[in-house]
Design a protein around this ligand. Structure first.
Ligand code: ADP
Ligand code: MG
Length: 418
């Protein structure tokens, strides 16, 4: 039976509705699925954020711990560096390869090595007595405690107190040596100065009395010889009397000189300008120097001290006179320089009297300051003894070396007043 028109219409409508419903249902399903996925994603995102936060916290905690550790290591390294640098003693560390690992500024100063890091073999850098001590310590693997060594050069001698210890690592294996040293020069010079002062005082007291008696006797003999009228004597006797006069007067001179030297030192203390003292001593002898075709110069920085101006001038005069005599004897034109520097840290003035003469023969060096040591035909040998006495009684010291011109160089250190 054929369907009616309206039945077709109903069927068509139903189909359209069904299609629409299914489209809507599909869309709804898609929507729900999308919503669920979004919710899921957002939940997962939250977890991720939490995780990364925790991670960040852990990382920053680690970083700050690392910074603190590095700062502590830095501080401890800085501290040990500061200790090494500020040590007033010399510190030297060497490895088994003989390479210098550490040498602090005080050590460098004492050894006279400049600022350059001496990362070198210690046998090349150090003087023999020091490097021998390190050799000995490394060979015996035992410490050497407070040994005194003397380092000498042309200008001066230095005394060091040295301790060398072997360096072991935590497995007790030897890997080097550590050497601590301090400069004892000033202390030892002071000791020597005190000894000298004592012995000079003893000599002075002992001999001054005898010398005095001697001089009185000589004066009497000389007086009687003067009373003898030469004209009244037979011609042949005259030379004897003249001989007695000449000999007694020269002996009197010797005894007077010795008395001057041996007399217990009594200083008349005033404030003395060392430059003025040297200038005046130079002035006294400049004419002689010029006459020999030479020159005399006073230069540098001097200071002032509490001392006896007359005696100090006499000391410098003696040195200058010796310099001129030495040059003249060797037929050389005397070029004499008094050069001074002030060392403010030590409160001392270091004065050198340098000449261009023949210099001092090494054999004479030790005896130079002894009374009566002379190489001159008419010398007294008391000039330098007196110079030394004057300097020592001003709490200074004097030594002799070679001048830049190759002649003699007398170096004097005197303590200054502030
Ligand atoms: P003197 O001058 O009477 O000989 P000194 O005590 O003044 O006594 O000197 C002792 C010796 O030291 C001198 O005889 C000389 O041999 C030596 N001497 C001193 N000064 C110098 C000098 N500037 N250059 C070389 N030799 C010197
Ligand atoms: Mg002399």
């Amino acid at each position: 039976m054929p369907l009616s028109k309206s039945a077709y219409a109903l069927l068509g409508l139903t189909a359209i509705v069904a299609v629409l419903v299914s489209v809507i249902a599909f869309a709804l399903l898609r929507f729900i699925a999308a919503a669920r996925a979004t919710r899921q994603r957002s939940r997962e995102g939250g977890d991720m954020a939490l995780l990364s936060l925790a991670l960040q916290e852990a990382v920053s905690k680690l970083k700050s711990q690392e910074r603190a550790t590095a700062a502590r290591a830095d501080a401890s390294e800085r501290l040990s560096g500061e200790i090494i640098t500020s040590l007033t003693a010399g510190l030297l560390v060497v490895g088994l390869d003989a390479e210098i690992r550490i040498l602090n500024p005080a050590g460098r100063r004492m050894l006279g090595l400049g600022e350059a890091p001496p990362l070198d073999n210690y046998h090349r850098v150090l003087a023999d007595p020091l490097s021998q001590m390190i050799d000995e310590c490394l060979a015996t693997r035992a410490a050497i405690l407070r040994r005194t060594v003397t380092l000498e050069d042309a200008r001066s001698a230095m005394h060091f107190g040295v301790t060398v210890s072997p360096l072991f690592d935590d497995r007790a294996e030897l890997h080097g040596a550590i050497c601590l040293f301090s400069d004892l020069t000033a202390v030892m010079d002071l000791e020597e100065q005190l000894r000298l002062k004592d012995s000079l005082a003893a000599v002075g007291e002992l001999t001054a009395g005898i010398a005095h008696e001697f001089r009185n006797g000589l004066a009497t003999i000389h007086g009687y010889s003067k009373l003898i009228d030469l004209q009244a004597l037979p011609e042949s006797y005259r030379p004897y009397v003249e001989g007695i006069r000449a000999e007694t007067s020269s002996l009197t001179q010797v005894v007077t000189n010795f008395l001057n030297f041996a007399r217990p030192a009594q200083l008349t203390l005033t404030r003395v300008d060392l430059r003025a003292v040297c200038e005046r001593a130079a002035e006294e002898i400049r004419a002689d120097v010029r006459a020999l075709g030479g020159d005399l110069d006073v230069r540098g920085q001097f200071g002032a001290l509490e001392g006896d101006e007359v005696l100090l001038r006499q000391a410098f005069s003696n040195l200058l006179r010796n310099a001129v005599e030495a040059c003249a004897e060797a037929s050389m034109a005397p070029v004499v320089v008094i050069e001074s520097e002030v060392l403010p840290a030590l409160q001392i003035s270091r004065i050198s009297v340098n000449d261009s003469g023949p210099g001092i023969v090494p054999a004479a060096r030790d005896r130079l300051f002894r009374p009566f040591f002379t190489t001159k035909r008419t010398g007294t040998g008391l000039g330098l003894a007196l110079v030394q006495k004057i300097i020592v009684f001003h709490n200074g010291r004097i030594s002799v070396g070679t001048s830049p011109q190759g002649g003699a160089s007398f170096q004097i250190t005197l303590p200054l007043v502030p």
